[in-house]
Design a protein around this ligand. Structure first.
Ligand SMILES: *Cc1c(COP(=O)(O)O)cnc(C)c1O
Length: 356
């Protein structure tokens, strides 16, 4: 970097490495928790009909009223609660941090978890505390969390539920304790909500310092970039002030609204993914591989020579996620997204060959 730009760029940004995305196209792509199913012809035809109604020359509805109403219906958002939409939930994490970042506030997250919490805190120079999860099940370390919340109060606490990349849900009793003692704001990130029966959405009216974050990405609409925050208007009115105007483009508004009117299509796909998750988990276990139980659309597993297996799979056109090196608790861990039965089959057979 030239001396001019290196002096202009903030040191915390210079220290970062860019967010890693795959370097090429892989025939079997099981790295990013995408839904593997395409949509049928009649769905696509109806969708293109509604897309034609978009006025591309006009700015979109800045508050996306129609889409918000559809989200309320589809996800049974309690009437007392407000919604805020983001260009993916990543943008919502960013808005939360922009709005709350102050010297006296600490962002707390457990580790390993979704990396964007820490990454965006770093961009913004917000103080950050990562609390390691407890082995062997990646449960919450309650004494450590309670101590952190008490010493650093007030805090902004992010909890992914189910957690990424470990796939587990945290104990309801632990979460109840955190909601009780927390003097700041707790955001429960339910990105993997479609793959579990557990959710805190219905509990929103009972906790004024709780927000729930959801995304359509893992459900099967990763290309749309739409996430939402649900919770008290008192919070969301304020956070809404740092939302860029028109952050949800018209194509996303129309498409998401249409897709959620056909929510059962996506629910059926999620159901299939849950069944194939169970099958894949069983197959890996039978191969004497350590697999962690998952409530999400991926499985985390570990192997003695994880990195070389990951590289070999990649050479054979199968991309999964190598977690080794990303956190001390993830030594020799890999993560595979549940694909179609055919993709899962190729993955298992290739892995079997590599291990024999
Ligand atoms: C994938 C993921 C997100 C990001 O979702 P987008 O809406 O695609 O930005 C948020 N949280 C967790 C835990 C995730 O795994």
């Amino acid at each position: 970097m030239s001396s001019i730009s290196s002096s202009l760029i903030k040191p915390e940004i210079q220290q970062l490495s860019p967010y890693q995305v795959p370097d090429k196209v892989y025939p079997i792509k099981l790295d990013a928790m995408e839904n593997p199913y395409s949509l049928d012809v009649s769905f696509l035809e109806q969708w293109s009909q509604v897309l034609k109604t978009a006025s591309l020359n006009r700015y979109p509805d800045p508050s996306a009223q129609t889409l918000k109403q559809q989200i309320r219906t589809t996800f049974a958002i309690p009437n007392s609660q407000e919604l805020l939409l983001g260009n993916g939930s990543d943008e919502l994490i960013q808005m939360l941090i922009v709005a709350l970042n102050q010297p006296k506030i600490t962002l707390v997250a457990v580790e390993p978890s979704f990396v964007m919490y820490r990454l965006i805190a770093q961009w913004m120079g917000m103080s950050y505390q990562g609390i390691p999860l407890q082995m062997p099940t990646f449960s919450l370390d309650m004494p450590a969390l309670i101590k952190t919340l008490e010493t650093h109060q007030p805090t902004l606490l992010f909890l992914a539920y189910p957690n990424n990349p470990t796939g587990n849900l945290f104990s309801d009793q632990d979460i109840a304790t955190l909601l009780e003692i927390n003097s700041g704001l707790i955001v429960i990130d339910e990105a993997y909500g479609p793959f579990t029966d557990h959710s805190y959405l219905s509990q929103l009216p009972n906790h004024s310092n709780l927000l729930i974050m959801r995304t359509l990405s893992k459900l099967g609409l990763a290309g749309l970039r739409l996430g939402f925050l649900a919770g008290s208007a008192l919070w969301l009115e304020q956070i809404n002030k740092v939302r860029l105007p028109y952050n949800i483009n018209i194509l996303t508004q129309i498409t998401a609204n249409f897709a959620l009117q056909h929510y059962t299509t996506f629910q059926d796909q999620a159901q299939k993914i849950r069944q194939h998750r169970a099958a894949l988990c069983q197959q890996l276990t039978q191969m004497d591989i350590k697999v962690w139980p998952s409530q999400a659309n991926f499985l985390m597993f570990s192997l003695p020579n994880a990195v070389s297996i990951y590289q070999e799979l990649k050479k054979q056109g199968i991309l999964i996620k190598c977690l080794h090196g990303s956190h001390p608790l993830l030594e020799n861990c890999l993560r595979v997204t549940i694909g179609t039965p055919e993709e899962n089959g190729v993955f298992v057979r290739t892995l079997q060959t590599l291990l024999s």
